[in-house]
Design a protein around this ligand. Structure first.
Ligand code: AMP
Length: 322
């Protein structure tokens, strides 16, 4: 058990009911939420414990779905009222872009997270997309500085809770943001300069999510580009970013490898896990993964990246023009 705790990830974030419309179809009140996607994704690699709140309309089957993945749900509080709800519609021509139609905080509006003693000592912390005040609250309740603290957020909070978000970003190691959010949060249109500016605030690593174009991993002076796995059929991109983060953090927690190579592999595994999520609505595909399916897609992604590097002393063809 002691050893298990050394590899455990604590996550605070939304557990939600989502209504989405994509070019392929639509779903109403389907299981979603940043912490939901993250914990199922992470559960394939490391023990995950969730801190969240749900309303009395939340189905016990959905709590069981998380438990069946070995996720510790003891800190999902149930309160009277409605569960967090989000609805969005994806662009017919470009599935990378979506519009939020509605966000209802509901029980999250008065949520007071309470960590158990064991949880407050877990070595990996993921502050998933939720009100930054709650992210700070959980960070403040940690009895020891975790080995790695990562944070994800979105435009909604960049605009509404900029001050609390900025304070949280100053105390973390890894920041996840999509392209537009990176630009608007940093106030810098160029992504390389934007990432540098954010690293200047505190984080050692910035992961810029670019939808079907993959992610850019900025870490110190190094930049790594992890492609998205190319798919023929994208059904619903909701939760891809949180699933990416779950695979990423799960890998780092499971291996304990916080080297540059460890982070690069974590980004590739994150990409693989995100690619499963978008193949169906809600967590339908994500929740049914096997070790074989994950390994085989990781190999396929590796194949996609294989090329002949320049050998020592070799140079590229060059036509002399004089
Ligand atoms: P992603 O597609 O990875 O950005 O994650 C989408 C998930 O984030 C959905 O399942 C929503 O329930 C959840 N979500 C959307 N807006 C918010 C918000 N403002 N705060 C917390 N979670 C949110």
């Amino acid at each position: 058990m002691q050893e298990e705790n050394q590899r455990s990830v604590l996550v605070v974030g939304s557990v939600a009911y989502d209504s989405v419309k994509t070019p392929v179809g639509s779903r109403v009140d389907a299981l979603g939420g940043s912490a939901t996607y993250f914990s199922i994704a992470g559960s394939y690699f490391a023990p995950v414990s969730v801190v969240a709140v749900v309303g009395d309309d939340f189905s016990s089957e959905h709590v069981e779905l998380l438990s069946s993945h070995g996720v510790d749900t003891s800190s999902i509080q149930r309160q009277s009222g409605s569960t967090f709800r989000w609805s969005g519609v994806y662009n017919d021509e470009d599935v990378n872009t979506r519009e939020t139609l509605d966000t209802q905080l509901n029980v999250f509006a008065d949520f007071q997270p309470r960590l158990g003693d064991l949880q407050s000592r877990l070595p990996y912390l993921f502050l998933a997309n939720i009100e930054p005040g709650l992210q700070l609250d959980v960070l403040g309740q940690m009895a020891e500085r975790p080995r790695l603290v990562a944070l994800d957020t979105m435009n909604f909070w960049i605009e509404d809770s900029n001050r609390a978000l900025t304070e949280a970003v100053r105390s973390i190691d890894v920041l996840f943001m999509d392209e537009g959010e990176t630009r608007s949060f940093s106030g810098e249109p160029n992504l390389v300069r934007a990432a540098r500016r954010i690293m200047g605030m505190g984080p050692t690593t910035v992961v810029v999510k670019r939808g079907e174009h993959g992610v850019l991993l900025f870490r110190g002076d190094s930049v790594f580009s992890a492609p998205a796995f190319p798919l023929e059929n994208v059904v619903d991109p909701t939760g891809a970013g949180d699933s990416f983060a779950g695979g990423f953090m799960g890998y780092l927690a499971s291996t304990g490898d916080l080297s540059h190579d460890g982070f690069r592999r974590a980004a590739l595994l994150g990409s693989v896990i995100g690619s499963f999520t978008v193949e169906d609505f809600s967590v339908d595909r994500l929740a049914s993964l096997t070790r074989k399916a994950i390994d085989s897609r990781f190999r396929a992604l590796t194949d996609l990246l294989r090329f002949q590097p320049l050998k020592e002393g070799e140079s590229l063809p060059w036509r002399d023009r004089d």
